[in-house]
Design a protein around this ligand. Structure first.
Ligand code: NAD
Ligand code: AHE
Ligand code: ZN
Length: 375
């Protein structure tokens, strides 16, 4: 049977730097190996704002942004076996096909199956399922969760326990999972010292997971003094505001001083390349490992003295925390239901789709960890 197009509301960004506009969009039925999802809730991540602002070199317009969603499968195309109509699902911006060189390597969560068309804002057959008066609108990150209905590749979606509230577990679509994976997939964090630069949802998730795996000292760093209480609530043992250091001391020098030579592990959760450098240089000589999670604007580059690496520090990065979504997210949902993974604590704001631009303003306000949009 051939499905019908659905007319629904979606937040469309028509051009770089423009606010989102609620539009009536037509969502074509899923083709072979595609899934159409009724999105009920979506978080707003800093990466959505990054692409909206025009700083993303991969940004394309007009586009339906959003990559932290939760919904219910409305229909499936030919050949779809991993999800069924009625399943509660989370769309995955990092696909998992289990067949490509990347998936089979056992070395990475990055999947090669749909990444190139995803980067072009298209489905794997190089066309879009979204249109307004016949004019195609780009997909985003293979997910486009700022639409009441979206179409994703079957490799880009996972079914989860129906007992879990979608208004909460939608956040596993990006922020919380990224932070969790960035910590649990690195060995040696137990009994070690950790510094986390940036206490948004990502930084708080890293702090919380580091505490969970048994890091002994967790130093949170943020230029917003209001983040101190948040960081401590999530498990930080110390908080430093780099703007308050005496004599304009550099944050990395201060951290090396107070930790007897530097941290075992550091994380950039800001996307600022100066901060990435500070995070690397705050690492202990001989073994410190710094992980870049933040996403930097087009044209930005990182630098440090190569001597920092020659003397045993490691600079690395992670996408989606190294998590394989289809394999690992169902377990994270169960951990949430058991109470071992926090989600509710991150939700500070909620908005209706019609007020999604307010949600973007919330995010910039400094007192927002995550805003969840009711679609
Ligand atoms: P956020 O804006 O909520 O949090 C960033 C925090 O950094 C804020 O608390 C801010 O006050 C702080 N900050 C800003 N400048 C600072 C500085 N110079 N020193 C210390 N702290 C500073 O953002 P978020 O949603 O938590 O996302 C954080 C970053 O992670 C973004 O760049 C986002 O795009 C990226 N991200 C990456 C992945 C990935 O897979 N690699 C996944 C999700 C998000
Ligand atoms: N398009 C940007 C890069 C954006 C980026 O790094 N995205 C992260 C996820 S951020 C989620 O909030 C990611 O997964 N990257 C790996 C990938 O394959 O995109 C640019 O600079 O071009
Ligand atoms: Zn994100």
């Amino acid at each position: 049977t051939i499905g019908k197009p659905i007319k629904c509301k979606a937040a469309v960004c028509w051009g770089a730097g423009e606010p989102l506009k609620i539009e009536d969009v037509e969502v074509a039925p899923p083709r072979a190996h595609e899934v159409r999802i009724h999105i009920l809730y979506t978080g707003i991540c800093h990466t959505d704002e990054y692409t909206r602002s025009g700083k993303d070199p991969e940004g394309l317009f007009p586009v339906i942004l959003g990559h932290e969603g939760g919904g219910i499968v409305e229909s499936v195309g030919e050949g779809v076996t991993n999800v069924a109509v009625g399943d509660h699902v989370i769309p995955l911006y990092t696909a998992e096909c289990r067949e490509c060189k990347f998936c089979k390597s056992g070395k990475t969560n990055l999947c090669g199956k749909v990444r190139s068309t995803q980067g072009k804002g298209l489905m794997p057959d190089e066309t879009s399922r979204f249109s307004i008066n016949g004019k195609p609108i780009h997909h985003f990150m293979g997910t486009s969760t700022f639409s009441q209905y979206t179409v994703v590749a079957d490799v880009s979606v996972v079914a989860v326990n129906k007992q879990a509230p979608l208004e909460k577990v939608c956040l596993l679509g990006c922020g919380i999972t990224t932070a969790w994976g960035a910590v649990v997939k690195q060995s040696g964090i137990k009994d070690s010292s950790v510094a986390v630069f940036g206490c948004g949802a990502i930084g708080l998730g890293v702090i919380n997971t580091a505490a969970l795996v048994g890091a002994t000292r967790i130093i949170a760093i943020d230029t917003n003094p209001g983040k101190e209480s948040w960081a401590k609530k999530f498990g930080a043992t110390d908080f430093v505001n780099p703007l308050e250091l005496k004599g304009g001391q550099k944050i990395q020098d201060y951290l090396v001083e107070i930790t007897d030579g530097g941290l075992d592990f550091t994380f950039d959760c800001t996307g600022n390349v100066q901060v990435m450098r500070a995070a690397l240089e705050a690492c202990h000589k001989g073994w410190g490992v710094s992980t870049v999670i933040g996403v930097a604007a087009a044209g930005q580059e990182i630098s440090t003295r190569p001597f920092q690496l020659v003397t045993g520090r490691t600079w690395r990065g992670t996408a989606f925390g190294g998590v394989k979504g289809r394999t690992e997210i169902p377990g994270l949902v169960d951990d949430y239901l058991k109470g071992t993974v926090k989600i509710d604590e991150y939700v500070t704001h909620s908005r209706n789709l019609s007020d999604i631009n307010e949600g973007f303003h919330d995010m910039q306000g400094g007192d927002c960890i995550r805003c969840v949009v009711n679609m």
